[in-house]
Write a protein of this length. Structure first.
Lengths: 96, 106, 308
């Protein structure tokens, strides 16, 4: 499979992630959409790196991988905290 | 040896893209958060792994190949631990997993 | 093949516009923040397609990672529930419209000026000056030697931002996570070697290839944020360590200023770095700047002055 065709197919997959971020319904779903986009971006960068013969693209991919972990960790420790749980009735817990 | 690697590389990349599409399908159609989490993290990491293997076969040098595989290892660690963190937080926040057919998506 | 590339670029551009629109106008703040993070991802890909790898690195590190994490943490501080939409009183409308019009006109004027700039820019001059700059990568040469004043002022702006955040009051105590998270220390432990190795690599690469102090500092800062999340850097909050923290925060700016004044003393020109020591001086300043940037990002993350 030529790299640029593979990259196109991966971009097509990314529309699902975009839709999930937009639609939700829960915040975990939105974070999942972002995580899918970051994995896809890593894959696309690696593909483009071989296609364009630019080894520095692997560095950008490495940064994406590292920073996705920071975003997830912030989300679980700072955004979805106990305080937000206390403020909200259980039946509303599906939203953000 | 090198010719053999160059021959299987496109197949590995195609298989990786296939797994990415399976993950996207799961993210789109699965009924609750936990199954979507499950589908996405497994399928996408496997897809990325196959793609990285394919690209590592095509890499110009051993060090470049190792760097591509390092990216995969990093994503594997980050996204598997990230998935457990998100799943346990969702459970603690009261999102119930869907248990049987027809029960409410929550 | 080129049709594929054009299609790829069009898809990328359409996704970028969609994400920017949603980041601004999505009714739920959390969704807007996640759209903003995804915008950073796609923007980095666009920079790659524009062959601006240095900016792609900085966008990946700062735009997606650190800013996204800052916004997510700020969101956890907001009261839960619907935020009221911005409603303007009648007397407020004319000045707001006037300000928007001025901004629009300024933007158009800026675009016109940029359009009028001589092509192909200054790359020939930069290439001519490269042998005297002490590094081999043109972007690093511009940032740390030819236009070092701009970079120094950027560091000053970041320090000003930390000052502003700290002036909001004492440091905010984080709320407890919704559940015990044993995975978090494991994640920090497993990833931290990379969070130290990658910045060192980026700094080393900066002299001859895309990389340099800003992406390195941002990655180091992101690692520091992960440590803060896992409560692994208690010294930042201790009152007796505050002088050390302040000293480290200002190291990059102070060294930069020292370099500029040293140039003034040695050659009579502000920021004129002698060719003989340029490579070493740039390396020292880059390391100090990266450390300072990392600490400044962590300091912003505390949401207030620590140790009070």
């Amino acid at each position: 499979m030529p790299p640029i065709l593979a990259a196109m197919l991966l971009l097509a997959c990314a529309t699902v992630g975009l839709w999930r971020i937009w639609r939700g319904p829960t915040s975990v779903d939105r974070m999942l959409g972002a995580e899918q986009l970051s994995t896809l971006a890593i894959a696309i960068l690696l593909l483009l790196g071989t296609r364009l013969a630019q080894p520095a693209l692997v560095d950008v991919a490495l940064l994406f991988g590292l920073l996705a972990a920071v975003a997830t960790a912030t989300f679980v420790t700072r955004t979805w905290t106990r305080l937000h749980e206390a403020q909200r009735r259980p039946e509303e817990a599906e939203g953000d | 040896m090198t010719e053999g690697l160059a021959l299987i590389a496109p197949w590995l990349i195609a298989a990786g893209v296939l797994f990415f599409m399976a993950g996207a399908l799961g993210l789109w159609r699965f009924p609750d958060v936990y199954s979507r989490l499950h589908a996405l993290t497994k399928a996408d990491n496997l897809g990325l792994g196959l793609l990285c293997l394919g690209l590592a076969c095509q890499a110009a040098s051993v060090s470049a190949a190792l760097k591509i595989l390092l990216v995969w290892g990093l994503v594997l660690v980050a996204s598997s631990i990230g998935a457990t963190l998100m799943a346990s937080t969702a459970l603690a926040r009261g999102l119930r997993p869907r248990t049987r057919r027809g029960s409410r998506d929550s | 093949m080129s049709t594929f590339i054009i299609g790829f670029d069009l898809l990328l551009g359409a996704g970028l516009l969609w994400l920017a629109w949603q980041a601004l106008f999505h009714p739920k703040p959390f969704a807007a923040v996640v759209h903003f993070m995804a915008f950073g991802l796609v923007m980095a890909l666009v920079w790659v397609r524009l062959e601006a790898l240095d900016i792609a690195l900085a966008e990946a590190a700062i735009g997606t990672g650190v800013t996204g994490a800052l916004l997510l943490a700020a969101l956890g501080r907001l009261p839960n529930g619907a935020t009221p939409r911005l409603a303007l009183r009648p007397w407020q409308r004319p000045p707001v419209a006037l300000a928007l019009g001025v901004v629009l006109l300024l933007g158009l004027w800026l675009a016109w000026v940029a359009w009028q700039l001589p092509r192909p820019g200054l790359s020939a001059e930069v290439t001519a000056a490269l042998p005297e700059s002490g590094v081999r990568h043109p972007v690093t040469a511009v940032l740390l030697n030819l236009r070092a004043l701009d970079t120094m002022l950027e560091l000053a702006v970041m320090l000003g931002a930390v000052w502003l955040v700290w002036s909001l009051g004492p440091e905010l105590r984080p709320y407890a996570p919704a559940t015990a998270l044993p995975g978090l220390p494991a994640l920090t432990r497993l990833l931290h070697p990379l969070f130290l190795m990658v910045p060192a690599y980026l700094l080393w690469r900066g002299s001859h290839a895309p990389g340099g102090a800003f992406p390195a500092g941002a990655v180091l800062g992101a690692g520091g944020v992960l440590l803060l999340l896992a409560d692994a850097v208690p010294w930042m909050q201790r009152p007796d360590r505050q002088p050390l923290l302040r000293l480290l925060l200002s190291t990059g700016l102070v060294l930069f200023l020292g370099l500029a004044l040293g140039g003034l003393l040695l050659t009579g020109t502000f920021f004129a770095i002698p060719v003989a020591i340029a490579a070493l001086a740039i390396l020292v300043v880059e390391v100090a700047a990266a450390l300072s940037i990392a600490l400044m990002l962590m300091a912003c993350y505390l949401y207030g002055e620590p140790g009070r």
